[in-house]
Design a protein around this ligand. Structure first.
Ligand SMILES: NC(=O)C1=CN([C@@H]2O[C@H](COP(=O)(O)OP(=O)(O)OC[C@H]3O[C@@H](n4cnc5c(N)ncnc54)[C@H](OP(=O)(O)O)[C@@H]3O)[C@@H](O)[C@H]2O)[C@@H](O)CC1
Ligand SMILES: [K+]
Length: 513
């Protein structure tokens, strides 16, 4: 699924009305009807008081359509217009009149704090104050209204976007955003839903299709793309019946130093569990017995040094390499990395301390093989691309860095984001339990495991991020968040593959029935 900017959504709106010979009002009716259907399906006529707060733009117009339909269906609804300016939109005005046609309970015009209504904790609030047309932070009594809404214990449903938040830029005033329990976004989610500073205002959302012009949506380069189950299903390559272990590549995991050999164990195991035919771990001498015991399937090569990696000597050509987990940043290790980068042709995942080595020795960047995959957490990313003022600038800097150095960057976080050239892919799986030591080592091993099997670097990146989050989600079914460890993620990689097609099998069964 694609994510569009506010400007693109306005453009899509315009093109849809022109090409499909419908009016803006028809589109608003569609949008409002979708929200009404969502509510009606859940409320089933319940007489819970519903308070709809409308602005004077088209988001407010949507609120009026919902209010009219709720009235028509006998719901207990009260509509308020936050009358902060006289510049009401055309569609707002038409729908304002239409409400008056169906009820004597006319909308209340609010012009100051004195007009704020009483709201009980059991009531429902619908927030239609501002949509994607917000162009400055809400101020004065309108900001107070948002804070008043937030102070209630009522369930808050935002239409299209929580009012006070922009679709595609940083918040101006976090005190002036509706803290919605749920958001129903039209046609596509907004980029701000997925970034830490703004996403916290959108704990849950659903997308409602409103039939914007398919050609525009298909051909327009989006701000970002969402990787959810339908996309992940398409990435999967079926294994061949006559395959042998050589068919699925030989992954090399270069990891570990004294006290951090576990990073190599997790990564090597994850490569195997993701389907790599063979896995070799290259570790300092002190890791030999650990590896042979903890991952008997893996072959182990060791450095001449006991406690760190100083020279990577290989006796085979790896199909893919994951390097950096727990290796430290000593000068000898940096030299070993430099040699690796300049001599190897294998696709490569560069993680953790290897990234820190690069940050401290920027000349290494020029030596990276093309389309190497860098997997920084926020601290490592900052050391690579420099500081940022907000999440949106972080993405811009990341994209610029990826383009400049012809690499793929996987920004790890609640929504892991993959950047390549000017494009962004946002992962949707994962959970807070996965913020645990070793989780990243598992991801690196998984990406390399997919690379070894011939997945191209971009697909390996986005698919591994999806499977990694999905494995973490599977693990929570029996463990919850707190008890989840990186080893549990590894143990649930199989379940993540199975889950990928679980629904599809059900659908196929239904189709054949
Ligand atoms: N995408 C689609 O295809 C469809 C979209 N639809 C809906 O339209 C919504 C977008 O509507 P919209 O463009 O009218 O903007 P919206 O947010 O309602 O109003 C903003 C208005 O308020 C003003 N204003 C701005 N900031 C302000 C502030 N801080 N404090 C005070 N005033 C402020 C600003 O005017 P200004 O004062 O700047 O002249 C502007 O006029 C969208 O979210 C969705 O719900 C559906 O109906 C159908 C299909
Ligand atoms: K809203």
């Amino acid at each position: 699924m694609k994510i569009f900017s506010a400007a693109q959504l306005h453009e899509a709106d315009k093109i849809t009305t022109q090409k499909h010979n419908i009016t803006q009002l028809d589109l608003m009716e569609r949008a409002g009807t979708q929200i009404f259907n969502w509510l009606h399906g859940r409320m089933q006529g319940a007489q819970v008081p519903v308070h709809i707060f409308c602005g004077i733009g088209n988001n407010g117009g949507d609120g009026l359509v919902v209010g009219r339909m709720l009235h028509e269906h006998g719901y207990n609804v009260k509509i308020y217009i936050a009358n902060f300016t006289d510049k009401r939109s055309k569609c707002f005005l038409v729908n304002y009149d239409r409400v008056k046609d169906v009820t004597k309970n006319w909308p209340t015009l609010m012009t100051s704090e004195e007009d704020f209504p009483e709201i009980s904790p059991e009531d429902i609030i619908i927030d239609a104050l501002f949509g994607i047309g917000l162009n400055r932070p809400p101020e004065g009594w309108v900001k107070k209204l948002i804070q008043y809404i937030n102070s209630t214990k009522s369930f808050k449903l935002s239409i299209d976007i929580p009012s006070g938040m922009y679709a595609d830029k940083a918040l101006d005033d976090p005190e002036a955003v509706v803290r919605a329990n749920h958001t129903l976004a039209f046609q596509a989610p907004k980029l701000s839903f997925f970034l830490p500073e703004t996403g916290k205002f959108v704990p849950y959302f659903e997308v409602l299709e409103i039939g914007l012009d398919p050609e525009y949506l298909h051909t327009t380069e989006p701000l970002a793309q969402i990787i959810a189950k339908p996309e992940a299903q398409q990435f999967y390559k079926q294994r061949e019946k006559y395959a042998h272990k050589g068919t699925y590549g030989h992954t090399l995991v270069i990891a570990g130093s004294y006290g951090k050999i576990g990073a190599a164990v997790l990564s090597a195991k994850a490569s195997y569990k993701t389907g790599s035919g063979l896995v070799t771990a290259f570790v300092p001498e002190c890791g030999y017995t650990v590896l042979q015991t903890a991952v008997p399937e893996a072959m182990t090569l060791t450095d001449k040094e006991d406690d760190l990696i100083t020279e990577i000597k290989l006796d085979f050509e790896p199909s893919a390499i994951a390097v950096g987990m727990g290796i430290g940043t000593k000068a000898e290790t940096v030299r070993a990395l430099e040699k690796l980068f300049t001599t190897t042709k294998s696709p490569m995942v560069i993680d953790a301390d290897a990234l820190n080595c690069i940050s401290e020795n920027k000349s290494l960047l020029e030596k990276l093989p093309e389309l190497s995959i860098l997997t920084p957490h926020p601290g490592e990313l900052k050391r690579l691309v420099g500081d940022w003022k907000d999440d949106f600038e972080k993405l811009e800097k990341t994209k610029a860095f990826a383009k400049q150095h012809n690499v793929i960057i996987i920004v790890k976080g609640a929504n892991t984001i993959v950047a390549i050239e000017n494009r962004l892919y946002i992962n949707t799986t994962g959970n807070p339990g996965m913020a645990t030591g070793g989780s990243g080592d598992v991801l690196s091993g998984m990406i390399a495991g997919l690379l070894s099997q011939g997945y191209d670097p971009l697909i390996a990146s986005v698919f591994a991020a999806y499977l990694h989050g999905s494995a973490g989600n599977q693990a929570t079914h029996t463990l919850g968040f707190e008890a989840l460890t990186a080893s549990d993620i590894v143990e649930h990689i199989g379940a993540a593959f199975l889950e990928l097609f679980a629904m599809k099998q059900e659908e196929d069964k239904n189709k054949n029935a």
